[in-house]
Design a protein around this ligand. Structure first.
Ligand code: ZN
Length: 826
């Protein structure tokens, strides 16, 4: 995109501090002309009224064309617009800046995104300003701590739905005005506009709206009651918890196309990826996860939107809190007990991140500029931070924990705050020794290991820090699993800070788990003969939370090369078919197929192991009630592991399906994707696309095309990944996902070197989220050998854009662990 000359500069922390100290932004008026006759751009005019204590600063403007700019009525030299900044000189105490330009609609989910729904040809827009994309749709001082009052005036086709950070008031035909009630940071300003279909509601005086493309109206209407119930329960919960009413008026939740994140917490108008309203059957676990995201974005209305971090280094104040509060809210106030999901999905994500070379402290990640900050939206900022907050609430007591949060929010409402402000609030509420605790948990990286030693008197808990440092304090509950799978949970004990005492064990236990209730942030192990004990005890263990801890330990030990993946597969075969947990079955089957039968298996053994995973899926399937979620979860994995294209063809045609399995659109496409990976024909793919040319169908088709074991198909897919094209971001991600298929190692081998040679150049034509996401998905994840590691290390010594470097660093770390495991166990 054009952004003045030479691409875009990323705002540094130092620049942000200087500008925040000098300016006070009073009011921003944005006028947008979205009448579609001037594609691919739209008109944007901004008037900013601000006070200044300095002579000069700059405003951010990342448009296609700068039409005019005046400061206090004086025209500015338009040629000074460089790297998406317009220099402002000769500032007075009070200033009026007017900037008018043409901005590009985006196709990468950032800025003002434009999507034409292939289902009906209708156009849908939404704005994503996060993290630094606001200047892609209007001129602004783009940083979290220059909050301002906004007014948006929008001209758009009559009959559209127009939503924003406040009520949209129609001002005649095709014209709307939105004046949010409170000051906003630039990064959560938004606009949602198009012929969206809506479901309306109300709770406790708050108007509620759910919105989606018209082609998904039926799905939205079917699932709206569940989502509105979660929304209402969460409002009640947060009102009780915080003692501050939701301040932003109406509450809209828009499910939008091509969205990169799960959701974005724009005050009053949250945007979600539309995959949360799927076209297929929605299992209970999927509804629970969606309720978790709804509650997460609602927590942000207070934590993030009402009180906003000053700079991105404190982004954990947003994400760790929203994550922690959402799980707490759902478990306590909705029908969805969400902590097992936190354990098996979120903690595992954070655990991988915290042990990778790109790990960073929970708080105060350095984030020298906005581009670097974006890289830290990872499993540490979300899952580790939330886990640590759970420990903190146990450490200081829930009353102190909540009283501190309330004080913090009351004191800094509508403004910005830092971690130090929060520490002050907790200390004021009665917390002791917080700096020591915070130093141990929030400013360090890596994970301690919690293990058990069996002694004559019982078991001793042992906490070990990484690289021989000092272990952190952990509050945990030891669990004893007997030979029938029964679990006894002991009282909470503290370990780590001081040498641990022996915990008496009354009855002989088959398995002793150091953390039965999944409270710790630690690697968990079970003693010297621990894995044999796991094999003996896990098949009978029905406590979902305790089993999550054990499965996470198995996955972690495989990645550490301390557990033979072949042994881990035996544990899966022995224990998974008796698991009653839908989310455990789905996660562990996925791990077994993608890792144990994939990158953690020698290439020659991958097919044989996949057959064993398929057998586990079918055992689950045959014992599940027809039509149950458990049956559907097992069948999805059975499809992913099926080796016979004719059987898949029969399923595609609706034949020979297990009784109770309904071929919904998503399931049908997963059959097509698997079929495409096994043979070179395209008739099923073409038939499926003809029947389902929707946006979702196009994405599935892209994944299926990339899977095809055909040299020309692979070449075409690879070029999509590394060359400019008009393909949407979702199609690019799906192409990357499909490209590196297990079983096609020989066919894809030439692309390993090409990936490392060519991926760096994608920074010339992609940016932001899409740049990093394509590099991540396109990483040669099945090529677990020394040669790939060598090429990766060479690539990392070259000058790569931050997003690409992070993708290659993390992809290489995952691969290095697999290579190490193969060296040890294969
Ligand atoms: Zn969040």
């Amino acid at each position: 995109m054009s952004a003045g000359a030479d691409g875009r500069a990323s705002l540094t922390r130092v620049e942000a501090e200087v500008r925040a100290a000098a300016l006070r932004v009073d009011r921003v008026e944005v006028e947008l002309d979205l009448l579609g006759d001037a594609l691919p751009t739209f008109g944007s005019r901004t008037v900013i009224r601000f006070a200044s204590e300095v002579d000069a600063t700059f405003v951010d403007f990342a448009g296609e064309e700068l039409v005019s700019a005046t400061l206090n009525g004086r025209p500015l030299d338009l040629t000074t617009w460089q790297r998406a900044r317009i220099p402002l000189t000769g500032l007075q105490a009070e200033n009026v800046l007017e900037v008018e330009g043409r901005m590009a609609y985006s196709s990468d989910g950032e800025g003002l995104h434009r999507h034409v729904d292939p289902a009906d040809g209708q156009t849908y827009l939404y704005a994503m300003s996060f993290l630094d994309a606001a200047p892609r749709w209007f001129a602004c001082f783009d940083q979290p701590d220059l909050k301002a009052r906004y007014a948006f005036t929008v001209t758009a086709p009559a009959g559209w739905t127009v939503l924003g950070n406040g009520p949209a008031v129609a001002e005649g035909e095709g014209r709307w005005r939105i004046e949010p009630a409170h000051p906003l940071s630039t990064y959560f300003t938004t606009l949602v506009a198009g012929p969206y279909a809506s479901v309306w509601g109300e709770h406790d005086g708050i108007p509620l709206g759910l919105h989606i493309r018209a082609s998904l109206r039926a799905e939205l209407e079917a699932q709206a009651p569940d989502m509105l119930a979660a929304t209402a329960a969460s409002f009640d919960y947060y009102h009780r918890l915080f003692g501050i009413r939701y301040p932003f008026g109406e509450y809209h939740q828009a499910f939008v196309p091509d969205f990169n994140a799960g959701a974005m917490e724009n005050p009053g108008c949250v945007t979600f990826r539309d995959g949360y309203v799927p076209r297929g059957r929605v299992t209970r676990t999927e509804r629970a996860t969606r309720a978790g995201t709804i509650a997460h974005e609602m927590a942000h209305q207070w934590f993030g939107d009402l009180v906003t971090m000053r700079w991105w280094d404190d982004l954990w104040l947003n994400e760790s809190f929203a994550e922690y509060l959402a799980h707490r809210c759902c478990t306590e106030a909705t029908e969805y007990a969400l902590w097992p999901e936190f354990g098996i999905l979120r903690k595992d994500w954070g655990s991988v991140a915290d042990q990778s070379p790109s790990t960073h402290p929970v708080a105060g990640n350095a984030a020298p500029d906005a581009a670097a900050a974006l890289q830290n939206f990872d499993g540490i900022s979300y899952a580790k931070g939330a886990s640590v907050l759970r420990q903190l609430a146990a450490h200081v007591g829930d009353d102190v924990f909540l009283a501190g949060l309330r004080d913090y929010m009351n004191l800094h409402a509508y403004g910005n705050a830092t971690f130090a402000d929060l520490l002050d609030a907790w200390t004021g509420a009665g917390a002791r020794d917080l700096p020591v605790w915070a130093g141990a948990w929030l400013s360090t990286t890596g994970m301690d290991t919690l293990d058990v030693e069996h002694t004559d008197a019982g078991v001793r808990l042992v906490a070990t820090a990484p690289a021989g440092g000092e272990a952190r304090p952990h509050t945990v509950q030891v669990g004893l699993v007997d030979e029938t799978g029964g679990l006894t949970v002991l009282d909470a004990v503290d370990v780590g800070a001081e040498p641990s005492a022996v915990v008496p064990v009354a009855a002989p236990a088959v398995l002793v788990t150091p953390d039965a209730t999944d409270l710790a942030w630690a690697k968990v192990r079970f003693g010297t003969d621990g894995w044999e004990r796991v094999l003996a005890a896990l098949p009978g263990l029905q406590d979902e939370t305790a089993s999550v801890v054990v499965w996470n330990a198995v996955r972690d030990a495989v990645r550490d090369a301390t557990l033979d993946p072949a042994f881990a597969l035996r544990v899966v075969e022995a224990a998974l078919p008796t698991s009653a947990s839908e989310i455990v079955c789905a996660s562990v089957l996925g791990f077994a197929l993608d890792q144990l039968a994939g990158v953690y298996a020698p290439v020659a053994e991958r097919a044989g192991r996949a057959e064993r995973v398929r057998a586990v899926a079918w055992r689950l399937l045959r014992t599940a009630p027809p039509g149950s979620d458990r049956q559907l979860v097992a069948f999805r994995q059975a499809v992913r592991s099926e080796a016979d294209p004719e059987r898949l063809r029969a399923w595609y045609g609706g034949r020979d399906l297990p009784e109770g399995v309904e071929p919904d659109p998503e399931l049908v496409w997963s059959v097509v994707e698997r079929w495409s990976a096994l043979q070179t024909g395209t008739d099923l793919l073409e038939d499926a696309l003809a029947k389902d040319p929707s946006a979702s169908g196009q994405v599935h088709a892209a994944r299926a095309r990339a899977r095809r074991p055909d040299p020309a198909a692979k070449e075409a897919a690879f070029r999509l990944l590394v060359e400019p094209s008009s393909a949407g971001a979702y199609e690019l991600y799906a192409t990357g996902e499909g490209f590196w298929a297990v079983g096609q190692e020989e066919l894809t081998a030439p692309y390993v070197a090409r990936y490392f040679a060519e991926i760096g150049r994608t920074a010339a034509f992609r940016e932001g989220w899409a740049l990093g996401q394509v590099a991540t998905q396109a990483f040669p994840r099945t090529a677990a050998d020394e040669q790939t590691l060598r090429l990766a290390d060479e690539a990392l010594r070259t000058d790569l854009a931050a997003q690409v470097a992070r993708a290659v660093t993390d992809g290489t770390d995952r691969l290095r662990r697999a290579v190490e495991s193969l060296r040890r166990w294969a």
